[in-house]
Design a protein around this ligand. Structure first.
Ligand code: EPU
Length: 422
């Protein structure tokens, strides 16, 4: 196993570019299975999660190969199996994205139930509700979701759950409905940019989807989808992570790429902390602000503050002036990073889905354990400003969602390296 070691205190300067969005690439890879011809995707990030999705698709009979550094060719012609096995799905929840395409193409699916994750339960009831509305007969057997459908027929449904809309369920149903008979209307749909990308991708294959970006999706089923070439958008969460790094440890850091619209609530929070931002087309520049004003953040479904940026902001607010409060309404238990930040000298109190962060003057390096992807990023950011060395262990989480993070931060001037654990 590897760990990342950061020697805190270096000032970050310069430019960095986000990779392609993991959370956009994953459903789009799965959606390639809807096509009967090869697909070419550009700007695909080189990440463990992408490799896992490629393996899931190969088990199903598709061919997936890198044709360039970030170009992926997917040939779905051999799609023949309808089973996504436990061993792969347990590694990555997003494997469930193959459910919709499998039902659409093969009228049959057997996909392992993904189970919870380190930050709490992550149910799939809304995925199943949508699939059933289209005519899929769903049962749960031996830990697997089993679906059979004689035919899929468009339907009107509401997919908002108790904690709001679901990105995964909206995507899965959008994919299944794109080859169904007739029109499907999804009310209470997730509004994330990832849904817009998925819509655009399906339409590029000849599909008829509209409404993405709003809470109502309309999908007119077509009989077949064809090959296409498509560019994955920049990863706005990765971009946001580097902006927070810049605010924490930077002099002037510019993050290049098209992500500022998707990151609006994060940019607003950064400004509230007193960090000076310059937002222009194709880039955002942040000026260092090592002792932020205390702010309150409540995560919410898009266009609210993303839960995927909450941990990184917490790392920043550890050195705040006053008490900040972070409340995660999407995943009330997504605070594993808080207990590790305490080891650096942070003062954080957790209470019912909220964390109270009492700003301290300085952090001091320590051995830390990463528990999930965004928590790993937060611990690395904290290490950038902690006195001395911080060792972040179980770093395999970071490789699921950040491409070459140590190189990108190193390029900005951080002293950071990866080592085999002793
Ligand atoms: N939910 C249900 N029932 C369902 C599905 C979801 O109640 O059937 C609830 C969830 O428990 C949660 C909320 O709805 O409270 C939102 O979940 P959603 O389905 O939108 O999440 P997801 O699609 O499983 C994606 C991202 C996550 C991100 C969440 C929330 C991907 C591959 N994953 O997950 O990303 O945290 O949306 O924004 O897009 C990450 O990148 O680190 C990550 C965890």
């Amino acid at each position: 196993m590897e760990k990342i070691i950061i020697v805190g205190g270096n000032v970050l300067r310069g430019k960095v570019k986000p990779s392609g969005s993991k959370n956009s690439a994953l459903p789009i890879m799965a959606a390639s299975l809807l096509s009967t011809e090869p697909i070419i995707l550009h700007h695909v990030p080189r990440l463990v999660d992408i490799e896992t999705m490629a393996q899931v698709m190969e088990v199903l009979g598709a061919k997936v190969e890198w044709t360039g550094d970030h170009d992926l060719r997917i040939d779905p012609v051999g799609l023949s199996s309808y089973e996504a096995p436990y061993d792969l799905v347990r590694r990555m929840r997003a494997s469930i994205y193959v459910l919709g395409p499998l039902i659409a193409r093969l009228k049959k699916a057997k996909v392992s139930l993904p189970g919870g994750c380190s930050f709490g339960p992550r149910p799939v009831d809304l995925h199943l509700k949508g699939i059933e509305a289209l005519g899929g007969k769903v049962s749960l057997e031996h830990g697997y979701i089993m679906v059979n459908a004689d035919e899929l027929v468009g339907a009107k449904m509401n997919l908002a759950g108790a904690s709001g809309p679901s990105r995964g369920a909206s995507s899965n149903v959008m994919m299944a409905a794109s080859l169904a008979e007739g029109v499907t209307v999804i009310n209470g749909a997730a509004q994330e940019p990832e849904l817009i990308q998925l819509q655009d991708f399906i339409n590029s294959m000849g599909g008829k989807v509209s409404g993405a970006g709003s809470d109502k999706l309309t999908i007119e089923g077509v009989s077949q989808l064809k090959g296409s070439e498509f560019e994955i958008m920049d990863d706005y969460i990765e971009a946001g992570t580097y902006l927070v790094a810049g605010a924490m440890a930077g002099e002037v850091v510019t993050v290049e790429g098209d992500f500022s619209t998707n990151l609006k609530p994060v940019l607003a929070s950064l400004e509230e902390t007193g960090a000076r931002l310059e937002v222009s087309e194709g880039k955002v520049t942040v000026h260092g602000n090592p002792r932020p004003n205390a702010v309150n953040i409540t995560t919410a479904p898009y266009p609210g503050f993303p839960t995927d940026m909450q941990a990184q902001m917490m790392a920043y607010l550890c050195r705040g002036r006053g008490t900040s409060v972070i409340r995660d309404t999407i995943y009330p238990d997504r605070f594993n990073h808080a207990q590790e930040l305490l080891r650096l000298g942070a003062d954080i109190v957790r209470e019912d889905g909220s964390a109270f962060i009492n700003g301290v003057e300085e952090l001091s390096g320590a051995y830390l354990m990463a528990s999930d992807l965004r928590a790993s990023a937060a611990l690395i950011l904290a290490g950038l400003v902690a006195r001395g060395e911080t060792h972040v262990r179980r770093i395999y989480h970071i490789d699921r969602g950040y491409e070459r993070i140590e190189e990108k931060l190193g390029q900005l001037g951080a002293e950071i390296r990866r080592e085999e654990e002793e």
